[in-house]
Write a protein that binds this ligand. Sequence first.
Ligand SMILES: *[C@@H]1O[C@H](CO)[C@@H](O)[C@H](O)[C@H]1NC(C)=O
Length: 335
Amino acid sequence: MRSSNPSVALVLLSLLPPFILATAPFSYSASKVPSAAALGESKRYEGSSDLVNLRYHMGPVLSSRINLYLIWYGRWSPSQQSTIRDFLLSISDATAPSPSVAEWWSTVALYADQTGANVTRSLAIAGESSSPSLSRGATLTRLSVQQVIADAMHAGLPADHRNGVYLLFTAAGVDVQDFCRAVCGFHYFTFPSMVGHTLPYAWIGYSGRRCPEVCAYPFAVPSYMGQGTTAMRPPNGDVGVDGMVSVIAHELAEMSTNPLVNAWYAGDDPTAPTEIADLCEGVYGSGGGGAYTGAVASDGAGRQFNVNGRKGRKFLIQWVWSPVRRSCAGPNAVN
Ligand SMILES: *[C@@H]1O[C@H](CO)[C@@H](O)[C@H](O)[C@H]1NC(C)=O
């Protein structure tokens, strides 16, 4: 099923990439808004792997155990934080029933670097920092995001060169450059001039109040999709947080396979890399693509999900590109 309005899809297709490049002060890798155009591309990629030229560019992948450092910017409720923590801790939790978050990550772990080292399956939360009072204000740029990370280090988070990955979560009421307009999250690495170190990080914003139909799709749907598309019910009861979980999954998968933006990506332009989750945006199950998420499950209360996590949690997260199958892959595939 496609967007009922092909002209909107065309406009987005022609406007989005130049817009991102024109406003980028430096190269970065973004989870773009799921425009009708991008959703259409996912379908194409799933159907025909010849169009995808995902290549390895000789850089490292995150093969050592990943220590996650969480930075909460703005006000978060304990239940929002525990949903996100449980998702992150589910990646290495092999005890959850199939299809599980850990099985979803096994596709990411198929990527290796030139030394033959695969992406790790071991991720832990090693530290957290909070700035409920918005120390750098309610509007962040891509560069001031790095100042927030530097502040968190001054407040006690270690600069963990061996295993550290930094995740910055911005709460409702915080605007970030291009948030909701062109991106829902992005990953990159910090600069020594800003943070004192070169460390991989990602930013993901809470979109529940600002633009759920853009960044928390399919728990809210944009009007251009027409009346036939209804929003799904979020598995953890919070449209914004359940939407963030899929963006977090997207960024972690890409950060692990392309942490310094010189390892795994498609296309010839490292300032606009197409990474392993970009290729599968909007695909959550078999047959997914276009305006269709693919086959996903529903619990007794009608909440949709595609993977199980720890403590009985359920999540709906997008698939990622498998280098072995040369298609998008996820553990809830129906064969
Ligand atoms: C490691 O990566 C290689 C190359 O992609 C793959 O064949 C192998 O299955 C991966 N190993 C694991 C344990 O995922």
